[in-house]
Design a protein around this ligand. Structure first.
Ligand code: HEC
Ligand code: HEC
Length: 347
């Protein structure tokens, strides 16, 4: 279904084929994916699906369109709200069609071109394949891909927009997913105070921010590592199991008991805006998260070794003052340019 068709030539063939409905004057320029100088190379193979003006616009329209759900009202953007770094603000776990409640907290959508696995458990390893999960999940959009395609084919605008984006006629699932990816890979959050500091631009951390940064380096950055603040691994950070959901995390994907209760190490970029926290949204504030790291952890066979102390106790040691300093640092990770970037907003 994905990646097995060859009609992905990004617009260049519009002129020399028979599809005369496409006006030749519709230009479709390549977009420039600007990679901040402090970022690693993208993991997404841009050459396979280079974002273009029309592909991006189509992806954006699809992202904000309830047609992708069975009830016609739940769009991707319903759960992924830009000003909260595309999370479902205030929703502990997200709500889908008919108010059905899922089991996980909506993840931020940012820097997806640099990610390695998607969803809290890494259920998708290719961005183009990820949207199949929300579209077909019963408690999210509860729709079949074939129904979505039928609705798009019957629409008066979509067939034209698909043709403009991909150069020939055809509303296909591959193109739908490619357009969604074109929209999503352009979402680069890389202009926070922290980024500017990393790039040596003229910003200075306050005393508290700087102290928080050192504590972060020492106690958090082994997992929340590097510029993207994730080492892309799956780990158990000691959350008590929630009996209601009994979420086994990565084990759901690999089937291996060694992966029991392991979840993707999330980036902490824009973390001040993405509350509530953790895969099930159990913590309301950053202070709650830090209190958990010092006092709330539970032991289990897969608990990450980094949380086991020499004296047999578990958890991190962080004083109250240090917690305040850590929070001051975490707030330097907010990129307001990204949160307010008109290119991504619905209206
Ligand atoms: C009902 C709410 C809801 C809707 C609608 C929804 N999502 Fe999500 N999204 C989530 C949740 C919850 C997760 C985490 C899922 C998990 O870990 O199982 C998620 C995860 C993701 C991720 C993974 C991010 C990462 O860093 O790993 C991507 C990408 C994504 N969604 C894109 C989309 C797209 C595209 C659509 C529309 C086709 C969509 N979502 C519709 C709630 C939603
Ligand atoms: C051993 C690896 C590891 C270390 C060390 C670690 N974390 Fe985490 N962190 C994780 C994992 C894994 C998750 C996701 C857990 C989940 O949701 O089930 C997480 C989640 C979080 C979240 C919630 C993110 C969100 O999007 O909901 C915050 C905030 C956080 N960590 C902050 C910190 C801070 C601050 C430190 C240092 C004091 C730290 N972490 C140390 C692995 C780690």
């Amino acid at each position: 279904m994905i990646g097995c068709s060859s009609d992905n030539d990004g617009g260049e063939s519009a002129v020399d084929d028979d599809y005369t409905e496409i006006p030749e004057e519709v230009s479709n320029n390549l977009l420039n994916l600007q990679i901040p100088s402090n970022f690693p190379a993208p993991t997404y193979d841009i050459s396979q699906n280079p974002p273009t003006e029309k592909g991006f616009e189509l992806g954006k329209k699809l992202f904000y369109d309830g047609k992708l759900s069975s009830t016609g009202v739940i769009s991707c953007g319903f759960c992924h709200i830009q000003e909260f770094s595309f999370t479902h603000h205030t929703h502990i776990t997200s709500h889908g069609v008919n108010g059905r409640i899922g089991t996980r907290n909506a993840q931020p959508l940012q820097n997806l071109a640099f990610a390695q696995d998607f969803n809290w458990d890494g259920a998708a390893s290719f961005l183009d394949a990820q949207p199949i999960i929300p579209i077909t999940a019963e408690d999210e959009m509860n729709e079949s891909i074939s129904n979505v395609l039928r609705k798009l084919q019957e629409d008066e605008n979509y067939p034209i927009l698909f043709a403009q984006a991909f150069g020939t006629e055809g509303v296909t699932s591959e193109r739908m997913f490619k357009a969604l990816s074109q929209f999503m890979i352009m979402m680069v959050a890389g202009n926070s105070k922290f980024d500017k500091w990393q790039r040596g631009e003229s910003v200075t951390f306050t005393t508290d921010e700087e102290a928080g940064r050192s504590i972060f380096e020492a106690k958090c950055s082994s997992c929340h590592a590097g510029t993207l603040q994730t080492d892309h691994s799956f780990r158990n950070n000691g959350l008590p199991i929630d009996p209601e959901f009994n979420d086994i995390g990565r084990e759901r994907v690999t089937g291996s008991p060694e992966d029991n209760r392991k979840f993707k190490v999330p980036s902490l970029r824009n973390i001040d805006t993405t509350f509530p926290y953790m895969h099930d949204g159990r913590f309301r504030t950053l202070r709650d998260v830090l209190d958990f790291y010092t006092n709330g952890m539970v032991n289990s066979p897969t608990l990450d070794a980094q949380f086991r102390n020499a004296d047999g106790t578990i958890g991190l040691e962080i004083s109250n003052t240090e917690k305040e300093q850590l929070i001051a640092f975490l707030k330097t990770l907010t990129d307001n340019d990204f949160l307010l970037d008109q290119r991504f907003s619905e209206f």
